[in-house]
Design a protein around this ligand. Structure first.
Ligand SMILES: NC(=O)c1ccc[n+]([C@@H]2O[C@H](COP(=O)([O-])OP(=O)(O)OC[C@H]3O[C@@H](n4cnc5c(N)ncnc54)[C@H](O)[C@@H]3O)[C@@H](O)[C@H]2O)c1
Length: 255
């Protein structure tokens, strides 16, 4: 098997449609020599149907990242398909509607707590659940939306992403001794289910379309997926705690 990820065994979370960033990661990873195991949340039969659209059908394991039993049983379930993991992809985010679309000042703690548990704490939970299968050279990669700024309508999801960015640095700190890397890809806006659930998301779409120095496609998940592959590969062996922007250069400009 040849390709950037030849022989690598990956666990990819976050596929719900073929527009999911995780679907593009899984597809490109298979095309580049990796063996892929998926996890699915909630609508398992839908995820299984989407998994069949990959170049090679991939097994799907049920995983709600807030469910301690799912997390505790994850390594054994993955072992039914592969004998270890070289990479884990966290492509998970959720915030209740009260937390998005301008509701920052009114969202109740219970809803904010859900957003933080699913979108931030889960990065550590997932990594720890997969850790028994990982060894030196392994990589954890997650997806963020540049959290250095306060965006209109992103609200508590922005806070959750700021936490995720910090959590990735702490994971880099704590897993570095074992030779395991943790890095994030900061993607520009892409039309996925998660994005469509954000009221006013079109503001991001307009801003990126008008201003990204390289231009930006709202429907092309491949640039973000390629960066995930690169970070999972052996070509970033000394990089951890890093955030790679895949946003057409938007983060770099002041407009
Ligand atoms: N779409 C964008 O514009 C954009 C930009 C930057 C970063 N991101 C991030 O990319 C990641 C993937 O999102 P996407 O845009 O591909 O959307 P998506 O809706 O396709 O994927 C989100 C996934 O999160 C999963 N999920 C939600 N709650 C879960 C739980 N409790 N346990 C396990 N899984 C759960 C969903 O099942 C879904 O598969 C998210 O972290 C998102 O914040 C998206």
């Amino acid at each position: 098997m040849s390709g950037l990820l030849a022989g690598k065994r990956l666990l990819v979370t976050g596929v719900i449609t073929d527009a999911s960033i995780a679907f593009s990661v899984a597809k490109l990873a298979q095309e580049n020599g990796a063996q892929v195991v998926l996890t699915g949340y909630g609508r398992l039969s839908l995820v299984e149907r989407i998994a069949k659209r990959l170049p090679e059908a991939a097994p799907v394991i049920e995983l709600d990242v807030t469910n301690p039993e799912h997390l505790a049983g994850l390594a054994d379930k993955v072992r039914e398909h592969v004998d270890g993991l070289d990479g884990v992809v966290h492509s998970i985010g959720f915030a209740p509607q009260s937390c998005l679309g301008g509701g920052f000042l009114d969202a109740p703690w219970e809803d904010v707590a859900t957003a933080l548990q699913v979108s931030t704490f889960s990065y550590k939970s997932l990594a720890m659940a997969a850790l028994p299968l990982m060894s030196a050279g392994g990589a954890v990669v997650g997806l963020t939306f540049d959290a250095t700024k306060a965006w209109p309508v992103y609200d508590w999801m922005g806070v959750a992403k700021a936490g995720l960015e910090s959590a990735s640095r702490y994971l880099a700190l704590h897993l570095g001794k074992q030779g395991i890397r943790s890095n994030l890809v900061a993607a520009g806006p892409l039309r996925t289910i998660a994005a469509k659930s954000i009221p006013g998301f079109d503001q991001f779409e307009d801003a990126w379309t008008e201003r990204a120095p390289l231009g930006w496609s709202l429907t092309d998940q491949e640039p973000a997926a390629r960066a995930c592959l690169a970070l999972l590969s052996d070509w970033f062996p000394a990089t951890t705690g890093e955030i790679v922007h895949v946003d057409g250069g938007y983060h770099a400009i002041g407009a």
